[in-house]
Design a protein around this ligand. Structure first.
Ligand SMILES: Cc1cc2nc3c(=O)[nH]c(=O)nc-3n(C[C@H](O)[C@H](O)[C@H](O)COP(=O)(O)O)c2cc1C
Length: 297
């Protein structure tokens, strides 16, 4: 889909005039009229759902209380979901976890120094440093699989150890890696190249509302959630847990960044549809849940 489509829908629903949209997206008024016609069904659908959207927060908190819960799919004996989603592409190995040594900073210092960092030096992250960041936040130290259960154990906690969060790395300045979008395999501790086109860099930047740190970061971490891994066990209440799980990942990443002389800024301001589209995920069974920019101080 034309990436400007998502921006158009966003701006239109924020009440921007056609002139303002045209200026923002560098589109002629004819282009905008054409877009409006093509997107009319989507715009109508959004309008119809707006009242529901306005109360979704309170409904979400209330209706995911345990008193509403019935037997989960796991309790009903439904097939267990996989713990890892298969992705294909060129594989890049990372320095082995056992050889990483970034113990120079105390935990107390890492915690007290942590601030959101939005200005980075031009120094790249080394492959060892990237490996360490991934080890701290996303690596799977154990994997067990049988017919009834497939499970990973990681350096971050997760409800029922369901670990619904997956990690993509948007490499911009990492020694030994070409810029692009990679998937991190938490068991094999390697990166899988998903997209190395220059367009992917621009689309990630624009998907995060052009926040400058995305462009100047050495790497951006894009976290997705596969909710069924958790809802299979906990039903709709599982949706609460995946957001909590993402917070743990973000905090470990932030503290690990301190340990390698870098800083992180967590990012929640992104256009879901745009980033899901870049990652080629459907936005329902898998969707972007959190983003973090990381760069050297
Ligand atoms: C869920 C979440 C979303 C955030 N989204 C953004 C963002 O989109 N852009 C940004 O510049 N900072 C973002 N931040 C960073 C906060 O602005 C920052 O944590 C806050 O101002 C406190 O500053 P500190 O992290 O330096 O203590 C986000 C933080 C969190 C936890």
């Amino acid at each position: 889909m034309d990436p400007r489509t998502f921006d158009y829908i966003y701006l239109k629903n924020h009440g921007a005039s056609d002139e303002e949209i045209g200026k923002e997206l560098a589109l002629s008024l004819e282009d905008i009229q054409l877009m409006e016609e093509t997107l009319r069904p989507i715009l109508k659908e959004i309008e119809a759902e707006r009242p529901k959207a306005q109360s979704i927060g309170t409904d979400f908190a209330r209706l995911t209380s345990n008193v509403y819960a019935q037997k989960s799919d796991q309790e009903l004996g439904l097939l267990r979901p996989d713990a890892i989603k298969a992705r294909s592409g060129e594989i890049f190995s990372l320095p082995a976890v056992g050889k990483l040594d970034f113990g120079q900073i105390s935990l107390q210092d890492a915690i007290s120094q942590r601030r959101s960092l939005r200005n980075y030096s031009e120094e790249p992250l080394s492959l060892e440093e990237l490996s360490f960041l991934l080890y701290c936040s996303s690596w799977s130290r154990d994997f067990r699989s049988n017919e009834r259960m497939e499970i990973t154990f990681r350096n971050v906690p997760s409800a029922g150890s369901r670990h619904p969060i997956e990690t993509f790395v948007n490499v911009r300045r990492v020694t030994g890696l070409k810029p692009g979008l990679y998937y991190y395999h938490p068991i094999k501790h390697c990166l899988i190249l998903i997209d190395e086109s220059p367009a992917v860099q621009t689309r990630i930047l624009e998907g995060c509302f052009s926040q400058e740190m995305i462009q100047t970061a050495a790497a951006n971490f894009i976290y997705t959630a596969l909710p069924y891994r958790t809802t299979w066990r906990y039903g709709q209440r599982g949706y609460r847990y995946i957001y909590i799980d993402a917070g743990h990942v973000g905090q470990n990443l932030s503290l690990a960044a301190e340990a390698v002389g870098a800083g992180a800024c967590m990012i929640g301001a992104y256009l879901d549809e745009a980033l899901n589209d870049v990652l080629k995920i459907d936005g329902t069974q898998e969707f972007v849940i959190y983003v973090a920019a990381v760069g050297k101080k």
